[in-house]
Design a protein around this ligand. Structure first.
Ligand SMILES: [Zn+2]
Length: 378
């Protein structure tokens, strides 16, 4: 792998054309999707879908919340205006329950119709400053999943380190050809967002030690010799702030590992340590029992039976994935689906998603994964 910048040489013309064409295609696809979502909403699909799925539990998954969308774009950070509009809608259309109560009632069959629960992963400080005031004002309960390692420090989680490096680099391109990623052009926010998305997805699929090593390499290429920098929108909560969060709003706190690795890519001892130490930190700092866990990244391929065995041993009753779907009484309690909400979602798209009106092919695929994980059919 080598580094490059516009001062040395620009990206190959073919590469730039491909990147520009890819970006234009994504824009057209997003516009078409938004237009289709608006038409489906106007036709009443969310109402119909909620009626058909009223016995299921909609678990929404958010991450950080900022006042404005980030530039370059970052899927997992939402602006507070969008959050407020979405939560006002959820409060009107759903019965929002605290997560543990919702799960308990789902499995004993006393869930109210159109039940929902709100979750926020990772534990960035902006949950206290931007999300909690909205939750408090709307009187909504929420569950926050904490990656406990960087709490109270200026460290950030590894995907966020990468975003910060792409956002702040003075390079105009980097060459990751030898890693199978290719040359990444970084001349504007659109290219930087695309480069971040490409590399973060690549890293997620690597064995844990290779992920860490390539991450170090990418960070060095993007900011050679840089000292630790301002964590910006990814500043993590301290334990004191986490306690304030639970004290002044209806927020419950739960573990989400220590360093946010992809558990299925870790050796056995790391799987155990990451889960056990984050549970122990919660118990120690908050003097509370731990019943629910959320897998980092949470796709079906991101956790396995080894992680579930550790969770069982720790007495964890429920674990949340990020596979898109609505939960029901026959869902695997250690692989519960959620509705991931990203910053690129239009309001019409949001209404369809939370109502369970997403493409049948995806839902069928999720059900297949549920079955493969040992759960029954809905
Ligand atoms: Zn996470």
């Amino acid at each position: 792998m080598s580094t490059g910048s516009a001062h040395q040489h620009g990206p190959a013309a073919g590469q730039v054309d491909r990147q520009a064409w890819g970006s234009a295609r994504r824009d057209v696809r997003a516009q078409t999707k938004n237009a289709a979502a608006r038409i489906l909403c106007a036709a009443g699909l969310p109402v119909l879908s909620r009626r058909l799925r009223r016995r299921r539990l909609t678990i929404l998954m958010y991450h950080g919340v900022e006042t404005e969308p980030l530039a370059p774009g970052c899927w997992h950070v939402l602006d507070v205006g969008a959050l407020r509009r979405q939560l006002e809608y959820v409060r009107r259309r759903f019965t929002v329950l605290p997560l543990e109560e919702a799960l308990e009632r789902m499995y004993v069959g006393t869930l109210p119709g159109n039940a929902a629960a709100l979750t926020f992963d990772d534990g960035t400080r902006n949950l206290l400053t931007h999300a909690a005031p909205v939750l408090r004002e709307l009187g909504l309960p929420a569950a926050v999943f904490l990656a406990t390692g960087p709490m109270g420090t200026d460290e950030t989680l590894w995907p966020d380190q990468l975003w910060l490096a792409f956002a702040r680099t003075d390079r105009n391109e980097i060459d990751c050809g030898s890693e199978g990623i290719g040359v990444l052009s970084l001349r504007n926010d659109g290219e930087r967002a695309a480069a971040y998305a490409t590399t973060v997805e690549h890293l997620k699929d690597l064995p844990d030690d290779e992920r860490l090593s390539l991450l170090r390499c990418l960070l060095a290429m993007l900011a050679p010799g840089a000292e630790a920098t301002d964590p910006g929108p990814f500043q993590m909560l301290s334990w004191d702030e986490a306690r304030v969060l639970t004290g002044n709003s209806r927020v419950s706190l739960h573990p989400h590992t220590v360093t946010h690795p992809i558990l299925s890519r870790c050796p056995d001892d790391k799987v155990d340590d990451e889960i056990s130490e984050s549970c122990a930190a919660l118990e120690r700092e908050l003097s509370c029992g731990v019943n629910v866990f959320a897998y980092p990244n949470g796709r079906a391929q991101d956790f396995d039976e080894r992680a579930k065995a550790v969770l069982r041993r720790r007495g964890i009753r429920w674990a949340l994935a990020t596979t898109r779907g609505l939960a029901h009484a026959k869902s695997d309690p250690l692989a519960l689906p959620r509705i991931p909400i990203g910053g690129d979602l239009s309001f019409a798209g949001f209404r369809l998603l939370v109502s369970g009106a997403f493409p049948a092919t995806r839902e069928r695929a999720d059900r297949k994964l549920d079955s493969a994980a040992g759960a029954g059919r809905p």
